[in-house]
Design a protein around this ligand. Structure first.
Ligand code: PLP
Length: 485
């Protein structure tokens, strides 16, 4: 097996512990016997479980090797578009692991939880300041739950005015979870196409906005990586017909401290703490999708809410117009501590700089890779850029083949076949934490793969070659997963 430059620990092979074991091998030595031998009653001796005999070094190497099969942001670049897989400073994890935080019981009385409550209250204030919005709930556990919360808030708002609206406008550049969240809330998602610049035109929205439409769900920046330049006009059109503007702000990493969402006409916005604010994600671990609202929607926010009474912070359920509870206790507290620590350590200036660098890095990649990939929208992007496999079609290889071969070069593939508006999409988000050298290595790897496509397309079609797991039958893998061997 050839090991290509830059390949990671994914190439190692490793048998099962049962295959490694050798009779009589030990992971420990008992002290020398200093008492007389005494026969043990046979009835008390069981055969014991069928464990293999292994030394300490056998076991350590086994598990260390297994741990390296798991590609992660600590192993290398993870350019998944729309996911913001950035490196998260370890300091924030260390702080959130302090026993004062991890041992705090959610049923402790308020007067013994002042520190935790203060962190949550301050984090709400920070997020208000970063987004420009008036009030925040930290409760939703993820972006999609934040979207659902937002839809419930908009529905509650309309109901409070005695009206019931059944539709919601969702552009084709919205994140895939948006129409699902709208549907969960009972709305009918009405699609609207983006224009030739990859953004929404005011006219397209004006054409379908009516008085049975509760509002619009805009992902901004959208999933093509573009800022919705017409957002102000679009918000006006929606508001004039009595609708509300929901913004999916999971891509806040591009505009932190730069764009005031309230001034853009947004009424509800969710953030993903597990993308932008220092919680790693991707393994299904806990996250947080805070929802930020304008003043008029504040009464509907989920309970409990943090309030202050005579200098003491407490959780209160006394909000009669609330949409109710969305999560046990008050959401994923540990994720909040990481975000709090990240915001404090960065400060306003560096948060803004992080966004500027994320945008710079994406534009750098866009300019470098448009030499080899088709770029459907050739204009400045925000935090991510979207190419397609159109130029590679002549060699009969597609997006999947290209990114599978990228694995052999030690990179996690980018997001593919999304957004749906671009056929054969390759969606790359470098984030601000990658250096120019690492980005150049990714660009070089893509260029090498594209050259290989011209000479030996089968090399791509059968890739990956150097990886523990070869090309999977994706349908069978999803429908009939074999998890045991
Ligand atoms: C990731 C993402 C979501 C969904 O967030 P989850 O926490 O995975 O539910 C929604 N919208 C956008 C734009 C995203 O990037």
């Amino acid at each position: 097996m050839t090991v290509l430059p830059n390949s990671s620990g994914l190439v190692m092979d490793e048998p099962l512990l049962w295959e490694k074991g050798k009779k009589g091998r030990n992971g420990f030595s008992l002290p020398r016997r200093d008492v007389d031998k005494f026969p043990v009653d046979k009835k008390l001796i069981s055969k014991g479980p069928d464990f293999p005999d292994l030394s300490e070094v056998d076991v350590i190497r086994h598990y260390t090797r297994l741990s390296q099969w798991n590609f992660g942001i600590d192993t290398g670049m993870y350019p998944l578009g729309s996911c913001t897989m950035k490196y998260n400073p370890k300091l924030n994890h260390i702080l959130s692991g302090f026993s004062g935080f991890t041992h705090a019981h959610p049923l402790l009385p308020d007067h013994l939880s002042q520190g935790a409550l203060k962190i949550m209250a301050l984090l709400e204030t920070f997020l208000s300041e970063i987004t420009g919005m008036d009030a925040v709930t930290l409760q939703p556990a993820a972006g999609a739950q934040g979207e659902l919360a937002g839809m419930l808030l908009i529905d509650a708002f309309h109901k409070s005015k005695g009206s019931h609206r059944s539709k919601i406008i969702v552009p084709d550049t919205a994140h895939g979870t948006n129409p699902a969240s709208a549907a969960l809330c009972g709305f009918q998602a009405v699609p609207v196409a983006s224009n030739e610049n990859g953004i929404l035109s005011s006219k397209a929205v004006a054409d379908i906005m009516d008085e049975d439409t509760a509002g619009i769900m805009v992902t901004n920046p959208n999933t093509l990586g573009f800022f919705e330049d017409n957002i102000l006009e679009i918000a006006d059109i929606v508001h004039t017909k009595g609708g509300q503007v929901y913004c999916d702000g999971a891509n806040m990493n591009a505009i932190m401290g730069i764009v005031d969402m309230k001034k853009c006409g947004i009424d509800v916005l969710h953030l993903n703490l597990h993308k932008t604010f220092s919680t790693p994600h991707g393994g299904g671990g806990p996250g947080a999708g805070p929802v930020c609202v304008k003043k008029h929607l504040e009464p509907f926010l989920p309970i409990p809410r943090i309030i202050e009474k005579k200098g003491t912070l407490m959780l209160s359920d006394n909000f009669p117009k609330t949409i109710g509870k969305l999560h046990g206790f008050y959401g994923n507290f540990n994720v909040m501590v990481k975000a709090f620590s990240y915001i404090l350590t960065m400060g306003a200036k560096d948060l803004k700089k992080a966004s500027q660098l994320a945008v710079l890095n994406a534009n750098y990649i866009k300019e470098k890779l448009k030499e080899i990939f088709y770029l459907p929208y050739d204009r400045p992007c925000m935090h991510e850029c979207v190419f397609s496999d159109k130029h590679q079609k002549e060699y009969n290889v597609n997006t999947l083949d290209i990114v599978k071969r990228l694995i052999d070069y030690g990179f996690h593939p980018p997001t593919i076949y999304f957004p749906l508006v671009v056929e054969g999409a390759i969606m790359i988000e470098p984030t601000e934490t990658e250096s120019k050298e690492d980005i150049d290595r990714l660009v070089d790897a893509f260029k090498a793969v594209v050259e290989e496509a011209k000479i030996d397309p089968d090399l791509l079609r059968n890739a990956p070659h150097n990886c523990k797991v070869k090309r999977l039958d994706e349908v069978t893998a999803a429908r009939h997963p074999c998890l045991s061997g």
